[in-house]
Design a protein around this ligand. Structure first.
Ligand SMILES: Cc1cc2nc3c(=O)[nH]c(=O)nc-3n(C[C@H](O)[C@H](O)[C@H](O)COP(=O)(O)O)c2cc1C
Length: 314
């Protein structure tokens, strides 16, 4: 038990990252039922779709879960946040935008607010604005990445030594060794994305899961650097096309159209890896099986405890 698990009322310090478009009730409920904190990724969902998923999660678990609202991504972010309040969601995770204007309205409703940041300055600002938890995401992570390109290993201690609220590490964690490392750097828990995609409970296309299991070192790439809209993707034929288009200086409007959410759905849900992109982090090359979330969590905790007790420090 630590401040984070006590605050969130969860058994293990394991959180599901918000995952736009691939979010569905079963994975969120599976994570919460397995002792972690499940998260509905509101992504670009319309309010009606979001509300249905919210109801489905509530019907599958009575344990706490979060709702991730990527502020600059979902045009209905405000509406989704007010629905979260209406439905008495216990935790909200704000990402991809300035969380300050939203925090007080949520905390005054007794909703725990977690903010995803990519540098210490954002962390200090979020703490000052009243956030309860900082999720610090390093450049190893899947999906939208920050321009600073700070690694999780360097980011966590910088933030943990500056803020006074619990810090969660995200990016590059997929087993008990990563969990232990993150906690020794000052995090009180970890947020997982890629590792949870590669589980039986995730409802993404089988070829997406398989491609993660088969990927090797260098199996992911950062796309979008010239447009300052970086994303870590699995190095699929589609990601290679994106890199080629970037090299040929494709106009930004056309590039953004080719990386919009319809292309994410084509890749992740329909499994058309030459027609749409799929998010995956550097941890992919350490993933080679598809356990249930509950087996994964038990294994991670056992591994972390085993690694801790066998550290040859002197
Ligand atoms: C398919 C997918 C979609 C994601 N979408 C979002 C999102 O909508 N909002 C967000 O804050 N993070 C998003 N992320 C990032 C995750 O929440 C998480 O922080 C990240 O995956 C952690 O790094 P890892 O992949 O190395 O575990 C996404 C990740 C994946 C794999």
């Amino acid at each position: 038990m630590n401040d984070l698990t006590e605050l969130l009322d969860i058994e293990y310090p394991l959180l599901q990252g918000g995952m736009g478009n691939v979010s569905h009730a079963e994975l969120t409920a599976a994570v919460s039922e397995a002792g972690g904190l499940g998260t509905i990724g509101a992504g670009t969902f319309a309010p009606e779709t979001f509300e249905q998923i919210l109801k489905d999660v509530a019907s599958q678990t009575d344990k706490p879960f979060s709702v991730n609202v990527p502020l600059s991504v979902n045009p209905d972010a405000r509406k989704i946040l007010s629905m979260a309040v209406e439905h008495r969601v216990p935790v909200v995770t704000l990402s991809a935008g300035n969380p300050a204007p939203y925090i007080e309205n949520l905390t005054k409703e007794n909703i725990i607010v977690m903010c995803v940041v990519s540098n210490p300055y954002q962390a200090l600002k979020a703490e000052k604005a009243g956030a309860d938890v900082i999720i610090a995401e390093g450049y190893e992570a899947a999906g939208i990445n920050a321009n600073e390109e700070l690694t999780t290993f360097t980011l966590i201690p910088q933030i943990a030594s500056r803020v006074h609220i619990p810090v969660v590490a995200a990016g590059g964690i997929g087993d008990g060794r990563g969990l232990l490392a993150a906690m020794s750097l000052g995090a009180q828990g970890v947020q997982l994305g890629t590792r949870l995609i590669a589980t039986k409970d995730a409802k993404v296309h089988q070829s997406y899961k398989q491609a993660i299991c088969e990927s090797d070192a260098g199996g992911t790439v950062i796309t979008g650097r010239p447009y300052k809209k970086m994303r870590r993707l699995l190095k699929t034929p589609y990601a290679e096309k994106l890199l080629e288009w970037e090299k040929n200086e494709m106009p930004s409007e056309e590039y953004f159209q080719k990386t919009d959410e319809t292309h994410h759905i084509k890749g992740a849900i329909e499994g058309k890896l030459a027609e749409g992109h799929v998010n995956a982090g550097q941890i992919s090359s350490l993933i080679n099986d598809l356990p249930t979330v509950s087996a994964l969590f038990r294994r991670m905790i056992d591994e972390a405890e085993g690694a801790f007790h066998s550290l040859p420090l002197r």
